[in-house]
Design a protein around this ligand. Structure first.
Ligand code: ADP
Ligand code: ZN
Ligand code: ZN
Length: 759
């Protein structure tokens, strides 16, 4: 790279995890002269301390005066080389989200590897992570799996060579992977029961019914053939109903790629791994002689470092991960799958904003490889791209084995005055389902006991002192035979307080929880259906390590009759004996201020409905609503996602809203709302001379307003929406504007979000 320099490149541009500049210039001292190249890891002085960064490029001159340049301290000798395609992705991300390359680069690196080593450390963090990854290879799939699906498989510790040849032979048995002949790998997989990410074996029912070795359905085969024929960069959308066998398509595609190119690396992105242990287990079981690395936020630092290094050094063949995994450097990247591509958890909301789905498409483009976006309810942005032919649309409209989709019925809740959460029809339906020995699921998207505590004498409500939100009444985990204890918890700041004995305003003792969440619903169901085994799954339950997986396993094993839960239950679980789903509040989100709410509601309801009836003869979904004539429900009844999405696109086009407009949101927070608003007002004025730079496509700025959740953790928040009909116009405007904003003297903290998820 530096061979073309006529003059000595005495300066290195270093990416650091600092927002203030895209890179930082450092001097290359005599000890490192001629030994540095782009992609190297270096340690540099920063302030009074030191930081790890990456060499972006070498050059002969800096804008800084020579005496102000500090020297690079050292090069991290045993760090892995970082592929050029990764830096291309980082440059794209930094440009698109208007942040520095280093922020994106270091975000993705496990903390142990990006912390400057202590001078006393006997070995480097890299050596430790590599050593930890050793010893599981060559022993066989079973031992490998028991380490948990983190870096499972043939990790020989000797680079990729042994792992790669082992994988080659394992897949070679498959011959043409598109043929119906089961590969050797498949047979291994069924004999060695796959395990979940926690090391817990999958319920036998799931393990033995893996689709491995089964002939693909006609739709699956058609989709797979199309995927296998794609060369270079392309974006495909797999729109398949729940139970259409999308996962099997992903796995067969990966197998086909590895059969042709044993050193390929494949990236499978999932919304939340703790919720989809089946998937991690399935993948670990399908690539037994190979290396599967799992990357998600629930890992310990050492596990993460080990898995990350296996991915970066090309030893891991399949990398499964949540949103951050998209920023993993993968030298052999050959294809990407984004499962449930519409899922909101692909967006990083605080700190560095990005959409992992969008970055996956960018990564595929930079690396020249295909990417597949899978969903039963694609996001409206993805759907539009597919409708315009920019993305290739692949459809799988029916369930595997021809199973029927559940029948959807609306229960009109108008005029129904009931103490119970459930309408009489819903109660009857549950009772009948349980009496047939089948399972039922009751869905409510609100955790806790009651959304707010209130005084019936003076109207006091349990507001959070730090946020513009109510503190939610929660029942603490029961301790033995003691009566349940309650507390008030804010879902936004996490602040908690004991339940007051009397109303803080008027002293009245009659305080009561208003409305209901999962805990209260569970209690009500227990009294309505005595003797039934009831289980609840929500974020509070899942916070206990392994609890969600244990619960899901119990459902599979038939140890649960009635399930209560939130969205967590909606994701990816394939409950075979479940024949009834009741949605307690089908209207939540129907009339929300956020224009994306109906899209989310539709996706959630489709997903919940999809849990029902994969194996039972007939299944039903009951949606309780006060708006039974709402068009959203009409589409839902027909399982008509495309009808819904096309109508939504029409609406958005008429209203000139995304995806027909492109947005950025400037957010400010301060101790007082006025301060935040004053900054945004100044920002708006600064934009005036810049925003009409392109008269054909001017950028529009709205009035600064308080955010919907105006107060959070004691800070007052406001926002300013920026919009343009053409994306290039917006992105041409933003850097100039940001530069002038950095000059504004303010006590407010501010940040820009490109393509905001919520406005
Ligand atoms: P989706 O992700 O589209 O909702 P899944 O991938 O979960 O669907 O597939 C649904 C079920 O069908 C799974 O239990 C899977 O093992 C099974 N399956 C998938 N493909 C086949 C096939 N070709 N033959 C038999 N069973 C299959
Ligand atoms: Zn009161
Ligand atoms: Zn709060």
């Amino acid at each position: 790279m530096n061979s073309g320099f006529a003059v000595d490149p005495g300066i290195a541009r270093i990416a650091l995890d600092v927002p203030i500049a895209p890179w930082f210039d450092y001097r290359i001292g005599p000890a490192l002269a001629g030994r540095l190249a782009p992609g190297d890891w270096v340690q540099v002085p920063w302030g009074t301390g030191r930081r790890i960064g990456f060499v972006l490029e070498l050059c002969a001159q800096s804008d800084l005066a020579p005496e102000r340049l500090k020297a690079i301290e050292s090069r991290l000798e045993d760090a892995p080389a970082l592929p050029a395609n990764w830096f291309a992705l980082l440059r794209f991300a930094a440009g698109y989200y208007h942040r520095s390359v280093g922020e994106f680069a270091l975000l993705a690196v496990p903390r142990t590897l990006r912390t400057p080593p202590s001078p006393k450390a006997r070995s480097s963090a890299f050596a430790r992570a590599r050593r930890a990854g050793r010893g599981v290879g060559g022993v066989g799939a079973v031992e490998a799996h028991t380490v948990g699906a983190h870096t499972v498989g043939a990790d020989t510790g000797e680079g990729g060579s042994v792992g790669a040849s082992a994988s080659a032979s394992a897949v070679a048995g498959a011959g043409d992977p598109r043929s119906a002949e089961p590969a050797v790998a498949h047979l291994d997989a069924t004999s060695a029961a796959p395990v979940t990410a926690s090391g817990r074996p999958l319920p036998r029912a799931v393990a033995s019914r893996s689709a491995a070795g089964q002939p693909l359905g006609a739709d699956q085969q058609r989709v797979l053939d199309t995927l296998c024929a794609s060369q270079g960069f392309s974006v495909s959308v797999l729109h398949g109903v729940t139970g259409s066998g999308k996962t099997e398509v992903y796995l067969r595609w990966f197998e086909a790629i590895l059969a042709a190119r044993p050193d390929a690396q494949l990236l499978l992105m999932v919304p939340e791994i703790a919720l989809t242990p089946q998937l991690a287990g399935l993948v670990a079981g399908r690539f037994p002689a190979q290396s599967v690395a799992v990357l998600h936020s629930g890992l310990g630092e050492a596990e993460r470092a080990r898995a990350w290094l296996a991915a970066v050094e090309g030893r891991a063949r399949v990398v499964i991960g949540t949103r951050l995994a998209v920023l993993t450097p993968l030298p052999g990247l050959a294809a990407i799958v984004v499962d449930e591509e519409h899922d909101a958890s692909y967006r990083q909301q605080d700190g560095l904003h990005y959409s992992a789905r969008d970055l996956a498409v960018a990564a595929a483009r930079e690396c020249g490889v295909p990417v597949l976006l899978g969903s039963a309810t694609p996001s409206i942005e993805t759907w539009r791209a597919a409708r315009r032919g920019r993305y290739r649309l692949l459809e799988m409209p029916s369930r595997i084995g021809g199973g029927a989709l559940p029948k959807l019925h609306l229960i009109d809740m108008r005029g129904l005055r009931s103490e119970s959460a459930l309408a009489p029809q819903a109660q009857t339906a549950i009772a009948e389902t349980l009496s047939r020995g089948e399972q039922a699921l009751v869905f409510i998207n609100r955790r806790g006991y009651a959304p707010v505590l209130g005084c019936d004498a003076c109207g006091w409500l349990s507001g959070c002192p730090e946020c513009s939100a109510w503190r939610v009444l929660h029942r603490a985990a029961a301790g033995g035979s003691r009566p349940p204890r309650y507390q008030l918890v804010c879902h936004h700041c996490g602040g908690a307080s004991p339940v007051p004995r009397a109303c803080p305003e008027c002293g009245n003792l009659g305080l009561a929880g208003l409305g209901r969440g999962t805990q209260r619903l569970e209690e009500e169901l227990a009294s309505q259906f005595p003797g039934q085994r009831i289980a609840r799954l929500d974020r509070d339950v899942a916070a206990r390590r392994g609890a969600a997986q244990a619960l899901i396993a119990a459902v599979h094993d038939g140890e649960v009759d009635l399930l209560v839960g939130t969205q967590m239950l909606a994701k990816g679980h394939d409950f075979r004996r479940l024949s009834l789903v009741v949605v307690v509040d089908g209207d939540a989100g129907l009339f929300c201020a956020d224009f994306r709410a109906p899209e989310r509601l539709f996706a959630t309801l489709m997903q919940v409905a999809g849990r029902a009836g994969r194996e039972v003869s007939s299944s039903h979904v009951l949606v309780q609503t006060r708006y039974p004539t709402h068009p959203l429900f009409e589409c839902l009844k027909r399982h008509d996602y495309s009808g819904f999405a096309d109508a939504l696109l029409l609406e958005r086009r008429e209203a000139a809203m995304p995806p027909f407009a492109h947005q950025a949101l400037l957010r400010a927070d301060a101790g007082a709302l006025d301060e935040a608003l004053a900054f945004l007002t100044a920002a708006r004025e600064l934009a005036e001379p810049l925003r009409t730079a392109d008269p054909e496509a001017p950028v529009q700025l709205f009035d600064p307003v308080p955010m919907p959740l105006a107060r959070l953790k004691g800070r007052e928040r406001a926002q300013l929406l920026v919009e343009a009909t053409a994306r290039p116009a917006l992105h041409a405007f933003l850097p100039h504007w940001l530069a002038s904003l950095r000059e504004v003297k303010t006590r407010a903290r501010w940040q820009l979000e490109v393509d905001p998820a919520e406005i």
